[in-house]
Write a protein that binds this ligand. Sequence first.
Ligand SMILES: [Zn+2]
Length: 245
Amino acid sequence: MRAGKQALAAFAVFVLLLCCRTDAPGPVLPASPAAGQAEIPAAKYVALTFDDGPRAGTTDRLLDGLRERGASATFFLIGEQIAGNEDLLRRMRDEGHQVGNHTWDHVMLCGVSTEEVQREIGRTDAAIRSVLGEGSYWVRPPYGLLNEDQKSGFQTPLIHWSVDPEDWKLRNAQKVTALVLRQTKSGDIILLHDFYDPSVDAALAIVDALEERGYLFVTVEELLALYGEEPQTGRFYTDARTGPR
Ligand SMILES: [Zn+2]
């Protein structure tokens, strides 16, 4: 018992020491390696996000690949595609991913009435809740667009992206992978679509390459927390390095 308590105390001190490293912005970095050891790369974090699913055949293949690689991601779902794909939503939750709302039928919210926005978001939120239960299901509006005066009507943070390879247009895994690898830095939010097979191939190649460079794949919520952000409702987040707007 006593030894256990001592170990716990030592661990607490270790955690405290790690938490006190506030000299650099961004996430807490691992302690420096002892002399003679290989240098451990500084912790780098990135969030993969997938819009326009769930879709049987592509989303499940993506989930398999992410699970094999120990990578977490965030899925912004189309409400009308949830029926029949409930098992994919449960997998997302059970396998450590974040689930979010991308409207009921991918409507451009910019310029539409408050009632229509509430219907698009509320109906999708209800569909997600009916499968996953209570929770805060963050929103990404289609095309990332909202009128400035619409933002305050949202009860969750709003999520943009900082790396967009336009995978929906290219439909080419190699090109998408190369574009993302060229642009990505720690704290980025990468936009992809689990609706397309080449995008799934690209996502898994991106995870392989960036994990090799020392990146860890986390959800958007985790990414913001790692950078010390306290997410605010009705504000857009583009990456974890810059604040909301
Ligand atoms: Zn979309």
